[in-house]
Design a protein around this ligand. Structure first.
Ligand SMILES: Nc1ncnc2c1ncn2[C@@H]1O[C@H](COP(=O)(O)OP(=O)(O)OP(=O)(O)O)[C@@H](O)[C@H]1O
Ligand SMILES: Cc1ncsc1CCO
Ligand SMILES: [Mg+2]
Length: 273
């Protein structure tokens, strides 16, 4: 049976993760999402399945009011445009002003100058958590110029995901989560490793975007413990993927069964294996 896997280096977190999920379900935090067109549906459904309340609100005219109503903000640059980037910055600024946590998903940072500059400007606004896959996190730290983009001989020096995540956390002062076979969450010093999940989740578009929004929901209920909150969200999403996989034949059915599993997670799954 699928079950919560203890975080590497931290025993006894299953019960904490379950309590955090109960808190999300009880308080139904309102998560404002300024996200890409591809991810809107799965992101909203993931938040609902976990018990949070999603709202895709990006018009700059609404931000001052709406960010004030929200419990956390999720910013994702996947299908960015100048107007949207402006709205993202205004919302991040407003969230900071109101002391509300916000999270950043720097999709494709490093791919184009506009995308990279936009991500760096957003990172400078101090998200509580930055979540990306390994290539995004490596590109983000290279772009932040803590690492040279190329070696003197023109080759790109090798850097692994953990090293990049720790460095990005130190430079940005944010918690950094890097997803993959094992998800790693770090503040630059401490590292939690989350090993729930199935490889087929990568074949469903925007699962990464969706889990970033889930991180926002968990940070909303645990604002003083963003590192643990991010790890709980990643573990629960991965666990839902494992449970969903038992009934799935491919990415289409996994998408459906993952959401069902997230919705019906109960305490029994939180006993470590
Ligand atoms: N090989 C793997 N084994 C288990 N789980 C995985 C694997 N790869 C990714 N995942 C899980 O899939 C989810 C999405 O992570 P991924 O790193 O693919 O994000 P992403 O590439 O940013 O996604 P997207 O851009 O489609 O939103 C995470 O919950 C992660 O833990
Ligand atoms: C496919 C795609 N293109 C821009 S954003 C996105 C969703 C996964 O990040
Ligand atoms: Mg991926």
């Amino acid at each position: 049976m699928a079950s919560f896997r203890e975080f590497r280096g931290n025993d006894g977190f299953g019960g904490e993760a379950w309590k955090a999920l109960c808190r999300v379900r009880e308080s139904a935090p309102l998560i404002q999402c300024i996200t890409n067109f591809v991810s809107m549906d799965i992101m909203a459904n993931t938040l609902l399945a976990a018990g949070a309340s999603p709202a895709m609100v990006h018009a700059v005219e609404e931000i001052a009011e709406f960010t004030a109503l929200s419990n956390a903000l999720c910013v994702n640059v996947g299908t960015l445009s100048a107007e949207w980037v402006f709205a993202m910055k205004v919302a991040a600024y407003r969230a900071n002003e109101l002391n509300k946590p916000w999270v950043l998903d720097p999709v494709g940072v490093g791919d184009t100058k506009f995308r990279t500059e936009s991500c760096l400007e957003l990172i400078a606004l101090r998200p509580a958590v930055i979540r990306g896959n390994a290539s995004d996190i490596v590109a983000a730290i290279r772009a932040s110029s803590a690492l040279p983009p190329k070696g003197v001989d023109g080759t790109i020096p090798a850097i692994d995901a953990l090293e990049a995540a720790k460095e990005l956390a130190r430079v940005s002062q944010s918690i950094v989560a890097v997803t993959g076979v094992v998800d790693l969450v770090t503040d630059g010093k401490r590292v939690l490793g989350v090993s729930n999940g199935v490889a087929l989740m990568q074949q469903i578009t925007a699962t990464g975007c969706a889990v970033t929004a889930l991180i926002a929901a968990f940070v909303a209920v645990h604002p003083a413990h963003s590192l643990e909150a991010a790890a709980f969200a990643l573990a629960l999403f991965g666990l839902a993927g494992e449970i969903g996989m038992e009934k799935s034949n491919g990415p289409g059915s996994l998408r459906v069964h993952l959401l069902d599993a997230l919705h019906s997670l109960d305490e029994v799954f939180f006993q470590p294996d």
